[in-house]
Design a protein around this ligand. Sequence first.
Ligand code: SF4
Length: 469
Amino acid sequence: MKLTSQDFKANVKTALADPTLKIALNRTTGLLQRRRAQVIDEFAEYGAAREAAEKIKDHTLDNLEYYLTQFEENATAAGATIHWARTPQEATGIVTEICKAEGAKTATRVKSMLGEEIGIPEALAKAGVKRIETDLAEHIIQLAEDPPSHIVMPAMHKTHEQVAELFREKHAKPSNSDDVAALVESARHELRQKFLDADIGISGANFLIADNGSIVTVTNEGNAELTVTPPKTHIVTVGIEKIVPSMEHATVFLRLLSRAAIGAEITQYTTFYNGPKRKGDADGPENMHIVLVDNHRTEMLGEFLRPMLRCIRCGACMNHCPVYAAIGGHAYGAVYPGPMGSVLTPAMLDLKSTKDLPNACTLNGRCKEVCPVNIPLTDMLRSLRAKQFERDLTPPVTRYALAGWGWLARRPRLYHLTTSLAMLAMRVWSMNRGRIRWFPMAGSWTRSRDLPQPELGTFMQQYKRRGSK
Ligand code: SF4
């Protein structure tokens, strides 16, 4: 399945017509919202931690070159090899060259959105390296040949009944039960030997620590440790914005990340890797390569999208987005779905081919409210809309309507008269049924639902009538 942002409207229609998708999304987003609300309620220092996280990220972004250079020096001293990649092509080129040099036939992989962003699955396939996804959800979507639909829970679009059916079809020794524990056991059985046989282990990193050259991974399944430890070579692909100055700074984010992502105080596994295996170590990879990827991040540093580089990929914004909850992640046709994706995708691709994404938002502001690093997502979406308008990418109907509204809004008397008449017309129009089933220029709305009958009078008239009560 390959969907693109250009087909957003068609993708949305398909998603809305899928009743199973609705069940899958309702089950998970509701649960994640409740869990998050509870742990944040119990976390007395949440406000202070959020503020500190925002400041640390802003400081690190202000001094990005300094901290990245410090990381390079310290990681190299710990025995890792650092590679710099400006584009996805450069990054995947480095990864496949390492695989070639190692004569690798198989690679186990830990879920990493950066890996999806730069196209690691496609590059490995092209290089003839068999990819084995080890995260349970990634294992599911690899078997289903689906792209991820969420940045933390890539198989959010699947119900466990669908997963059971898939495992029965694809696993060597599947369980007859639809029970989640039985499904996990089935996946464990399927993957265990593959972990041990892999030539290369590929991971991302949740954080890079500048003052000691470590990388940090955060998982709930222990698959990162099993992916990274047995093979001879460990490759890390990571975005340059993941850098933090020190361990102390990383702990601020670790306290926020799992709370925001899955509503838990801490993830099951938080692992710090400092270079490859050293003399005397019982196990671990002999080589460690860290590929630091830019892919438009340095461009974002210098513009209004800069706060987006604070993102720690927790997924809370999509878990609380009414648009995501209705259509799921695939409809966005991009690696990053939901509110953060609607900002990031145009920044990484272009504003034209992704023009529907900044408009797939009600601007209700829940995403900003729940973001642990306080990213003003709705402000940035609004700015992207303004950029589209400036570049003539907004549809002509919208442009003319906005121009007409702008002209009218500068003439208050005429504006009040026109809005009063419009209200009156809508009330007369809906007199028979008490609702509006069709109205000129509101076809997109009324095609799928009725418009309610408007209140008597415009907002200003009602405000005056009611006073400030
Ligand atoms: S934008 Fe904020 S809420 Fe959304 S994934 Fe990034 S850090 Fe999480």
